[in-house]
Design a protein around this ligand. Structure first.
Ligand SMILES: C[S@@+](CC[C@H](N)C(=O)[O-])C[C@H]1O[C@@H](n2cnc3c(N)ncnc32)[C@H](O)[C@@H]1O
Length: 249
């Protein structure tokens, strides 16, 4: 069993846990103390690993409580609306939002990224936290989709790409009725309309759109949710890189 690094033992973890509890309470999220502590341990591991490889720009622990943990958990009510089944985090980076969502939802999860050293770091975090039923995968989304069609009831993504590209990436992974949940900063009307057009071609329909201000003036969050409702009218996935180079809309 891997021990947590000494930085974790030195940090005033109780104070951070109290801050996190009150952030979740204010956001109306019900999360147990054990689950929050696990999210916190993950964050401390990320901050420590960030000294060695570039995982996140956010180095203040207080900001990271909001911008990494709370921001991930804000997707929980949408994840909970999906039917029973697996969760995929597309472009997980250091494990956000997928790892906190796995910890709290208990869904069997895949955390995918195309950068090997990030996936390796996420594997270390999973081992150090002794988490089960969560798998880091090193692949491009377009490649992984070929062998994992319709295997997920919920797909999430944060800070990955524009809505039409995200919808195209997510579509092949979703089972019928599955949900794709995108966490965006402030998409403009053009992006939203292009996302809807791409969704139409991919057999998906937008079913939700919510906006929040994050606490402490740390920014704005928009959550856009699409549902898989039909077969795509085009062959997916397209060749690697095509979605980004030549978006559907
Ligand atoms: C800006 S980071 C966001 C990381 C994390 N989701 C977060 O919000 O902190 C985008 C991540 O997506 C990954 N990525 C970009 N395109 C990808 C693709 N086609 N397949 C898999 N991963 C991809 C990048 O390697 C990067 O780690």
């Amino acid at each position: 069993m891997t021990e947590l690094p000494s930085c974790i033992l030195d940090t005033d973890s109780n104070d951070l846990l109290h801050q996190l509890q009150s952030l979740c309470l204010d956001a109306g999220l019900t999360v147990s103390d054990d689950q929050l502590q696990m999210c916190l341990d993950h964050l401390l591991l990320v901050i420590e690993k960030n000294k060695v490889i570039n995982l996140t720009r956010i180095t203040s622990l207080e900001d990271a409580l909001v911008l990494h943990i709370l921001d991930s958990l804000l997707l929980l009510p949408y994840v909970d609306r999906a039917s029973h089944g697996c969760l995929l985090d597309m472009g997980t980076g250091a494990g956000y939002p997928g790892l906190p969502l796995h910890i709290v939802s208990g869904r069997s999860s895949t955390l995918l990224d195309s950068v090997g050293k990030k996936v390796h770091a996420v594997q270390e975090f999973i081992d150090q936290l002794h988490l089960k039923d969560v798998r880091p995968v090193h692949s491009r989304l377009e490649d992984y989709a070929r062998d994992h069609r319709s295997q997920y009831s919920v797909v999430v993504a944060r800070a990955l790409s524009s809505l039409p590209v995200l919808v195209e990436y997510a579509a092949p992974f979703l089972s019928h009725g599955g949900l794709f949940i995108a966490a965006k900063a402030r998409p403009d009307l053009d992006e939203l309309c292009s996302g809807d057009q791409a969704a139409d071609m991919c057999g998906m329909r937008r079913i939700d759109f919510d906006e929040f201000d994050l606490p402490y003036g740390l920014g704005h969050r928009t959550v856009v949710v699409y549902k898989s409702v039909a077969q795509p009218s085009i062959k997916l996935p397209r060749q690697s890189g095509t979605a980004k180079r030549s978006p559907l809309a």
